[in-house]
Design a protein around this ligand. Structure first.
Ligand code: MRU
Length: 347
């Protein structure tokens, strides 16, 4: 499988996700500013992949700082981290990874040591993500029965992570175990991560996948084709409210109306204990052109306004379970997520 990102010879290579599925094009980044731009342009996307990309972006940023005094160096490093963190505000994995990176640099005794520590920490963040995804796959697949129709949204696979995937990782593990999941991938307007990216990954892995328009989801549920909805998350509040790709909330309401389990899968790094509930999560507003245009062609009459919130909040009461790398949390999430986090920090 082609990797979402790769660090080689002082360069961060990103698989340009805006070019998929037609072209497998690598984007070479050698400065933090290039990484910021790539994140804003969705060339790399998905909460865990954003965290790892930002971490490597800070490694690049550290190389651009000429200061030899450690305190001056750290001050500039924090500014670069701020620019990377602001590139996309909803995915908490960005600030989570950058905080980890700054702590690593702050433990160093010199600028040279700090630069080395930053690279080591970025590599550790990337490796931890793959381990976390494998664990999510194991915990999640254990919940599934053979031959289930599973509806998913956006892209949560290897492209959205360092490798393997979160919600998609569960489907992938189920497939590897011979459970024959039948995947329904919502196309995911406005920029079609489901149609372009999830379908691309599923086909390469030999997973049975059918792409549907987002507005077909309810009809499929009513026809009994969907036994489970599994989605990812960009940030999960302490009470279990979930921020994820715009349209996730609609699916959760539909799933509840049809008594279908609605499962969220994410590493603990996506849980934000500082956000008490979904109202505390910032929602990114993206350019209106993503709504008014499709593949560069204007669909909406000139002069018409378009709103483009990139994420929505699914209230915790619509979420059946949250599958993390440390285990499965069930309601009430304030207690169960807190215990999983405490055990992971302690252990
Ligand atoms: O705007 P995107 O494509 O970055 O949104 C991605 C999602 O909403 C994913 O579901 C989420 O980041 C989890 S990815 C494992």
């Amino acid at each position: 499988m082609v990797k979402s990102l790769r660090w080689e010879r002082d360069t961060l290579y990103l698989l340009d996700q805006t070019a998929l599925p037609h072209q497998e094009r690598l984007l070479a980044c050698t400065t933090a500013a290039e990484v910021v731009q790539a994140i804003k342009d969705l060339r790399v996307r998905g909460a865990p992949a954003l965290g790892a990309a930002a971490a490597y972006g800070l490694v690049l940023g550290a190389r651009e700082i000429a200061a030899t005094d450690l305190e001056v160096f750290l001050g500039r490093l924090r500014e670069t981290a701020g620019q990377l963190a602001a590139s996309r505000p909803t995915a908490v994995n960005l600030t989570w990874a950058l905080t980890r990176m700054l702590r690593a640099a702050e433990r160093a005794g010199s600028v040279e040591q700090a630069r080395a520590a930053l690279l080591a920490e970025a590599e550790a963040i990337a490796a931890d993500d793959v381990r976390a995804n494998r664990a999510i796959g194991e915990f999640g697949a254990a919940m599934l029965r053979p031959g289930e129709g599973i509806l998913t949204y956006c892209n949560t696979g290897a492209l959205a992570t360092v490798d393997y995937g979160t919600a998609f990782g569960i489907i992938r593990t189920a497939h590897e175990r011979g459970l024959r999941p039948r995947l329904f991938a919502c196309e995911t307007r406005p920029v079609l991560q489901g149609a372009r990216l999830t379908a691309w990954e599923a086909v390469r892995l030999g997973i049975d996948v059918t792409v549907i328009t987002d507005n077909a989801a309810g009809a499929l549920m009513r026809r009994g084709l969907v036994q489970r909805v599994i989605v990812g998350a960009d940030r999960i509040a302490a009470n279990g409210d979930v921020a994820n790709k715009i349209g996730t909330y609609t699916l959760a309401v539909l799933a509840r109306a049809h008594e279908i389990p609605f499962i969220v899968a994410a590493p603990l790094s996506t849980v934000d204990p500082d956000a008490a509930d979904g109202d505390a999560i910032p929602i990114e507003e993206r350019p209106p052109e993503e709504v008014t245009h499709l593949a560069g062609i204007r669909l909406v009459p000139e002069g018409v306004a378009a709103m483009n919130p990139a994420f929505d909040i699914t209230p915790h009461h619509l979420v059946t379970a949250i599958v993390t790398d440390a285990g499965v949390a069930t309601p009430p999430y304030a207690g169960t997520l807190g215990r999983l986090r405490a055990a992971a920090v302690g252990g």
